[in-house]
Design a protein around this ligand. Structure first.
Ligand code: ADP
Length: 205
């Protein structure tokens, strides 16, 4: 197993890059997707959240109302800390379980874990891949393609590591200021970089 960390600000193109890496054979471990799985109705995480925040966070169809959760913890540090105390250990355990399963294989594992730069990373990675784009371009793409509200995007950006902080930690940078074709070419280059890491690893260096 070779583990690569993947990070980038909101709207940088991280999901697009992780899908392109999966096409090239990587196994993507996506923390956001794991969170959604762990929050399905009837799971221990779901039950603990409802116990803490009440039925107001449950949508009429019985699933978690994510917007209601976000509203509930917004501007309430104590509620946010409680939410994190419920969700983070479960996500961490699931990521660790998947990595343990993959450890004996020769998989290239891409860890798509937000806050990989912000928090102390508990998962040793062979290299950190950063998707970089001008934050103004990211805002425009999220507003135009994903229909997000500009103020929401900017508020989330303010809570993330800065572009400079991410770049300072990067071992390889993908510049996503161009077209999707440009991006695919850069992902090919990143894949070649990953292959290089892998051959160094198997040579024991
Ligand atoms: P992230 O996962 O980092 O938040 P996404 O991969 O979802 O970002 O990209 C944000 C939006 O921008 C998506 O709608 C995506 O399709 C679009 N996008 C990403 N890269 C490009 C690009 N090079 N050109 C145009 N649109 C892009």
């Amino acid at each position: 197993m070779l583990v690569i960390g993947l990070t980038g600000g909101i709207g940088s193109g991280k999901s697009t890059v992780s899908a392109m890496l999966a096409e090239r054979g990587a196994v993507v471990v996506d923390a956001d997707a794991i969170v959604r799985e762990l929050q399905q109705p009837g799971t221990p995480v779901f039950d603990a959240m409802v116990e803490r925040f009440g039925r107001e966070i449950v949508a009429p169809d019985g699933t978690l109302d994510r917007a209601a959760v976000a509203d509930r913890v917004f501007g309430d540090p104590e509620a946010l800390a409680d939410l994190n105390a419920i969700v983070h250990p479960a996500v961490g355990a699931e990521i660790a379980r998947r990595l343990e399963e993959l450890a004996p294989t020769d998989a290239v594992v891409v860890l798509d874990v937000p806050l990989l730069v912000e928090s102390k990373n508990p998962y040793p990675v062979a290299g950190l891949l950063v998707v970089d784009v001008d934050p103004e371009v990211a805002v425009r793409r999220l507003v135009e393609h994903r229909g997000m509200r500009e103020a929401d995007v900017r508020a989330r950006m303010a809570r993330q590591a800065s572009r400079e902080e991410r770049l300072a930690r990067a071992d390889h940078v993908i510049d996503n200021s161009g077209t999707l074709d440009d991006l695919a070419r850069q992902v090919d280059e990143a894949w070649a970089w990953i292959e290089g890491l892998r051959s160094r690893q198997s040579a024991g260096r």
